[in-house]
Design a protein around this ligand. Structure first.
Ligand code: DP6
Length: 319
């Protein structure tokens, strides 16, 4: 039976994806930009030919919803596919405040296309990963990557590409965890509800091209002050937009605000750092590698758990 194994790292967006222009094709309303993070990773093995479709996630049978998403994606890889067995393991806690779907779908498409004997470009793999989960389109790449909003109705020009490799800039992303429980509203539901009901949604969409253009320059110039201002602005505008939805989508907890205040206090003391938040209360702080010990020590005072992550490499086949 042909089989293949792939490893991918999760990514955190610095310029956020929030909103879809096509739900069926999972096309974004805005471009986004992210940093892929190690050492956390997902390892996925796909056995192309089995008695029945079977998904095992972190040692347990996948839920019906998880299985539906995974096998729908494999139908896109090959609509005439055989039954397939998928084994996927995250080496980081599922409650680590990181989107395991980004690394999960990136590893899945890479392993599945290899097991199916398909030669696909990394752009084609990114398009496929996007169909599983938008943020996964970016986890095919190491370091700094951008997911293009695209223009084509078929979505074939909406894929990610590498802006700068893993070793471009020695930074750290520190994840401060306040709430390890499952999230109340999934990103998918939260963003669809936001675009349907938030009066701020058109302004959010209109604000994003400038953020992307400025973030590309800040990354190229390794300018943490400039990038930090853009990433906080992007996160705040995304959250402001969802807080204005009806009823509101509110992921913040008191700890989220304490961590943001900690970041501002560190900046007042001359340490360049900036925060971002996704569809949950946990806060992720970007800083120079040399400042990581101090930043994580400060965040440890307000958070339950702190993880220090570094730029990771691209998704890769390991078997
Ligand atoms: C806030 O990629 O999980 O993390 O495409 O519906 O699966 P779907 O959404 P998903 O959304 C991620 C939203 C975010 C911002 C980001 O990663 O850009």
């Amino acid at each position: 039976m042909p089989s293949a194994t792939a490893v991918a790292h999760p990514n955190i967006a610095l310029c956020k994806y929030w909103g879809k222009r096509d739900r069926a094709l999972n096309l974004p309303a805005v471009g986004s930009l992210s940093l892929t993070l190690a050492p956390f990773s997902t390892t996925t093995t796909v056995e192309w030919g089995a008695d029945a479709d079977e998904l095992v996630l972190n040692g347990r049978v996948g839920t019906p919803e998880e299985s539906r998403k995974v096998f729908a994606l494999l139908d896109l890889v090959d609509s005439w596919r055989p039954k397939v067995r998928v084994l996927s393991e995250n080496d980081f806690p599922t409650a680590a405040g990181l989107a395991s779907s980004s690394s999960g779908f990136a590893a899945l498409v890479l392993a599945a296309c290899k097991a199916a004997g398909q030669e696909r470009s990394v752009e084609q793999l990114s398009v496929l990963a996007r169909r599983g989960s938008g943020s996964a389109s970016r986890s095919l790449f190491g370091g700094w990557s951008e997911w293009k909003v695209g223009e084509r109705p078929d979505g074939m020009d909406s894929y990610a590409f590498e802006l700068a490799p893993q070793d471009h800039w020695d930074v750290r992303m520190i994840v401060a965890i306040f709430d390890a429980g499952p999230k109340g509203t999934s990103s998918r539901d939260g963003m669809l509800h936001t675009q349907e009901t938030s009066p701020y949604y058109p302004a959010w969409v209109a604000s994003t091209p400038r953020d992307l253009a400025e973030a590309r320059l800040a990354i190229r110039g390794r300018d943490l002050g400039a990038l930090g201002a853009i990433m906080e602005r992007s996160a705040l505008r995304m959250h402001a937009c969802m807080m204005a939805a009806d009823p509101p989508v509110l992921y913040w907890k008191s700890g989220s605000v304490w961590a943001q205040e900690t970041v501002r206090a560190l900046r007042d003391r001359g340490i360049a750092c900036a925060w971002t938040m996704d569809a949950g209360p946990n806060v992720k702080v970007l800083c120079a590698a040399a400042d990581a010990d101090e930043v994580s020590a400060r965040l440890s005072r307000v958070a339950d758990v702190v993880h220090v992550l570094e730029p990771g490499g691209p998704a890769r086949l390991v078997g």
